[in-house]
Design a protein around this ligand. Structure first.
Ligand code: BDR
Ligand code: CA
Length: 310
């Protein structure tokens, strides 16, 4: 079992990522869910994390983290995720409560006390992870890998930058320069897992509460992507992280250097992906170029079906 902390801003696709991680099909030991300002304000992201945990009967600590990026002011994306950050499905107010304390201290504490190395799985801006590394750099010895969604060779928030990296590029720079092994799922690969109407139909045919929740998520998310980008469905970006932890063989990876741009007028937040090793800089990232799409959706379906098994 691999120890993981899911650091997120749920978020439709963050929720799907949690659902994969918490399923019987994965062998992840979730130490906790930490939240960060991203898609919407951190308090709303935390509420959504609690709602998803309660739906899944997932009894792990949910700990709130950074309210804003390290340097800049927050930017949020209600046009993609709605005002609540997880518009679409109706879930009851959670009875589960957020764990006291700050996500940064929780991450530090969990990594320090874990006998086995811990894998961090950030699917929002990298503020909490950077703060943990700034506050207690020694934890890096006990971090196995950072498996993150962010960046790519093109952008979705600016022409050059993807949302998670753009929102806190300074934090991303700290993380990518930390020396900790990184597996990066950027837009190049996440745009290969678009939940098109036929995928939504497949999900809708699965007769259990979790699959029906995912269907509702995908309907809202797909409409937002259609309105905003003209896509035929929503890419479930963040789900690539936990799918990779479950089935790494589905992804084609390349070990290369990624540097984070924090100065450029048009390129702030860009992840400079050195595909041809033109810089000669040391490789710091396992970069995902592609995924076996058919298998991805087959496994996804099996994950959702597993929630109906007793
Ligand atoms: C990323 O931004 C958020 O809107 C999604 O949850 C995902 O983490 C995609 O750019
Ligand atoms: Ca996210």
């Amino acid at each position: 079992m691999r120890n993981v902390i899911l650091d997120c801003d749920p978020g439709h696709d963050d929720a799907v990522s949690i659902i994969i991680a918490a399923s019987k099909k994965s062998d992840l030991n979730i130490l906790g869910i930490t939240t960060v300002a991203g898609n919407v304000e951190v308090e709303k992201n935390t509420q959504n994390a609690l709602k998803v945990s309660e739906l899944l009967k997932l009894e792990v600590p949910v700990v709130q983290g950074a309210e804003r990026p390290l340097v800049k002011q927050s930017e949020i994306a209600p046009e993609i995720h709605g005002d609540t950050g997880m518009d679409g499905p109706e879930l009851p107010e959670p009875t589960m409560r957020v764990k006291e304390g700050h996500a940064v201290d929780f991450i530090i504490d969990q990594v320090k006390r874990s006998k086995e190395k811990v894998t961090l799985v950030p699917t929002g801006p990298l503020t909490n992870i950077a703060m943990a590394l700034i506050k207690a750099l020694e934890i890096k010895e006990n971090i196995d890998e950072i498996v993150l969604m962010g960046g790519g060779t093109f952008g979705n928030w600016t022409p050059a930058a993807e949302f998670n990296i753009y929102v806190d590029a300074e934090a991303a720079k700290v993380v990518f320069e930390s020396g900790i092994p990184i597996a990066m799922f950027g837009l190049d690969v996440t745009h290969q897992v678009i939940a098109t109407p036929d995928i939504v139909e497949r999900v809708g045919k699965i007769d259990n509460e979790i699959a029906q929740f995912v269907k509702e998520l995908l309907i809202f998310f797909g409409q937002a992507y259609k309105d905003h980008f003209g896509f035929n469905g929503g890419p479930i970006h963040d789900a690539c992280t936990t799918m990779y932890l479950m089935k790494p063989e589905l992804f084609e990876m390349q070990h290369l250097n990624v540097s984070i741009e924090i100065k450029g007028e048009f390129s702030y937040g860009m992840t400079a992906v050195d595909k041809l090793n033109v810089t000669g800089l040391q490789a710091n990232t396992h970069f995902a170029w592609s995924v076996d799409q058919d298998e991805f959706w087959n496994v996804f379906e099996a994950v959702l079906e597993s929630y109906g098994e007793v």
